[in-house]
Design a protein around this ligand. Structure first.
Ligand SMILES: [Fe+2]
Ligand SMILES: [Fe+2]
Length: 134
């Protein structure tokens, strides 16, 4: 059983954004599988930098949509992205200091999916759909 399933609840209905979120879900599930197998900490060293890079790329893509279509909640959404990046970098810093963090990373990522994607990203999706973005 995967830790997170990509389903309707986190579908934004904008292809590029959904593709990105699917990649993020895959990375999170990879980490979860490693934790279950007792290899969480080694896997964090590979998955977390990948996740940070991909997340930045993904956030820029969403922000591009917001700018292009003059999204009224651009500022709030962008601020939340910045906060998520900060939190991810903080976790990575702790990892580099030798703290065992794979469980904290999983909790953080699950909150992110529940909070950010199901909230702000879905809202952005509705806005873009109204503007006929596919
Ligand atoms: Fe977002
Ligand atoms: Fe997103």
């Amino acid at each position: 059983m995967p830790f997170i399933t990509f389903d309707e609840k986190i579908t934004v209905h904008i292809k590029e954004i959904d593709d990105h979120h699917q990649t993020l879900v895959r990375l999170i599930n990879e980490l979860y599988d490693a934790v279950v197998e007792g290899k969480g900490e080694e896997t964090v060293s590979v998955v977390l930098p990948e996740l940070i890079n991909y997340t930045m790329y993904h956030f820029f893509a969403e922000e591009d949509y917001m700018v292009k279509y003059e999204y009224p909640k651009y500022h709030d959404h962008k601020m939340e992205h910045a906060k998520l990046i900060d939190q991810t970098l903080e976790l990575y810093e702790r990892y580099n200091e030798g703290v065992k963090i794979s469980n904290a990373v999983l909790d953080f990522l699950k909150d992110w999916l529940n909070g950010h994607i199901m909230g702000l990203d879905i809202e952005l999706g509705h806005f873009l759909q109204e503007r006929k973005v596919a």
